[in-house]
Write a protein that binds this ligand. Sequence first.
Ligand code: BMA
Length: 864
Amino acid sequence: MKSIFRVQTLAALFLLITVACTQTSKDPKLMIQSEINSNWTFNQVGQDEWLPATVPGTVHTDLIDNEKIEDPFYRLNEHNLQWIDKVDWEYKTTFTVEKSLLKRDRIQLDFKGLDTYADVMLNNNKVASTDNMFREWQMDVKEFLQEGENELHIVFRSPIVEGIKKYDAQGYVIPASDNDQAENGEVEGGKRVSIYTRKAGYHFGWDWGPRLVTSGIWRPVYLQAWDEAKIEDLQIIQNSVEEDKATFTAVFEVDAAEKGKAVFSVKNEQNKLAEASINLVEGTNKYTVNFEIENPKLWWTVGLGDPYLYNLTGELSVKGRTTSKDTRIGIRTLELVRDKDDDGTSFYFKLNGHPVFMKGANYIPNDVFLPRVSAENYKTVVETAKNSNNNMLRIWGGGVYEEDIFYDLCDENGILIWQDFMFACAMFPGDDAFLENVKQEAIDNVKRLRNHPSIAMWCGNNEILAAWNGWGWRRAEEAKSKENADKIWQAYVDIFHKTLPGVVEEYDAQRSYWGSSPSSGLGVDADLVNGDEHYWGVWWGKEPFSTYATHLARFMSEYGFQSFPEIATVRKYATPEDYDIRSEVMNSHQRSSIGNGTIEYYMLKEYNKPKDFESFLYVNHVLQAEGIKFGLEGHRRAMPYCMGSLYWQINDCWPVASWSSTDYYQKWKALQYYVKKGFSQVLVSPYEEGIKFKVGIVNDRLEPIKAELNLRLVDFDGKVIWEEAHLVDIAANSSDDYYDVNKNELRFKYRKNIKNLVFTAELVENGQVLSKNYYYFLPYKNLKATTPTVERTISKTDEGFDVTVSTDKLAKSVYLQIGDEEGFFSDNYFDLLPNEKVTINLRTKIPEEQLNEVLTIRTLNDAF
Ligand code: BMA
């Protein structure tokens, strides 16, 4: 039996191979693709100095690599490099094409990103002229290719020169904020030309960014060849989710060279989920296949469950040859709920049926030179967000639609994305060509990103509606000419009320579109009861930090306070002679017009003047963190009225004074540690409100909690003056107060010690501390905190060290540093009470002897 079986199998196999070979000697794959990423050189047009180039890359980074310019981030170098964006640049490479490839039905060049005005020449034939950094460009090139060597040549025209042409032709000035640093950029007449070019706004400068207007092949270039048909896109639409099954439609967008029979299928890693025979129609068309997933595991955000993902493959077979596209989905329902209620209109996200408070940050690009952001950098920023209990990041509209890897990481880590379209703080042109360009850009990006479970919502722009109405742009324009003001507003309506929502409706109908952040509806100005809010009263308005907790809207999508980076980062761009925030170099790395003065104003309210530059940096970190803490906790306590808190901003694009919680080198400032605590799944939060002193508890878990709430008044020598313990029942997904006294009573009772007292609140569940929080009744400068002696012991761990610290008196804002060495402390800038022993884990590669040399521990007392 056995041997017969074997003979039969072999014969069948032989037959199969012969059939396959006689049927076609062609590649079994319908499509092949290769990346054109080597042998690139570049040259300034008009010069003749071709130098090696990196693709993907930028002109600036190629000039750095060839030592033609110095590091633009160092001291004042940026200002000597403004000529680069006013000249044209060209890139060239050659690549080899085999005869077999030329036999393919169709051959295309596929550019994932060209920055920005590029003329593309293949073997001296112009195959495209591009004008939008955010779009992908495909061009049919079969007729221009030859066997053997082929030359690809791309000329980038200056975005400034192109912008000036359009600016001059407009006939009236379209308002743009001074984030477009035209003067810094030495643009003739200070013309703010950024709005004419579909290119990352922050390249033209921002109040946290340098002015470095790049050009280049910033995303990969592919050569693709195929026969019969190509899958252009695979969209997975979720139709229904029930406990035992979820149903979907796979929408294949296929470009077919000719009509004919095809088999479409959808597979997961183990099984074929569905298959359908469909007749292809020539040209680009959509074909659908329905499928189901049994017992679906849901995708959850940070803290609520696993962000479970399903890998799927859509396959297309024509005449026995196949092509496929991989994608990945998360099964979840997500709604932006806008219901009328007693206060106005709600604004919250409901995930898998549960309202979820959004805790997170605004996110900007990680570098002004985008292609050098590594996978590791992306991993770090997303992990920082996750480890700090963020469940949402807002990709702000003055940057870019991020790389695929960024969204993949957010999918994997349970972080939702509020995705702005790329428009910020400026009005824009509204001519037909511009609108069509914007439409194509939106289509490209919506199609690229819509299968990611992390994408929560599309938002038209950042602060443009607020600028037009609230900042007075409309009135100013009307005063100049009503007719032109009407044209400018019409362009706004065309882009943000028609084009962009139209694309979302057509290509991603299941997601919400929000016109502008902040706003209260399409074209409706932000108010506190109907939508999202950017609150800058603290900072621009010099209002006290405590206002964060009282200026409440339905969703706080921006608020922030600045700090300089830590000394190790400052040392990378400045030398000791620059160590004064008003020095030319430090000032050039501070782009907020009111930055230095505002930091000092707030600092002197809470603290005395720091004794030196390094101490200033340290106190600035603590100041920023202590300030934002009012927002992190206050917004959460105000749930369900307020359902989101996204501080401005998690990252930096160069080393600078900014509102960020991690600096350009991804180092955590004090704020990042405070965010981690302020956004913990369960939070205990002592606070003052009017004449009351209260302790609130916020529970983001979807289950109730029974816990012990321990409250104490402790003096700075560690003596417990008063204590109370309460057993508390905390409802699921709730915020409430669990202690409430008259503030004056408390102050009166302890008036003798108030300068020497800290109120501590601790929430304990089954012996585990869920959250711990300290509260002082006076600003630090009015406290009687004397210099403590902090003891430390060190022990080696697999990934670094455990540093255990203890103190004889209150140690305020304990700050551990390891000089310029690389390392990460699990906690930092924390208060330590006598009788406490706290172990901090330090992840580092430095040896123990070195650690003993470089480890320093400061407390706030050392800063004055
Ligand atoms: C917000 C943002 C940015 C800006 C930040 C700090 O309004 O939208 O435009 O960088 O404030 O000023």
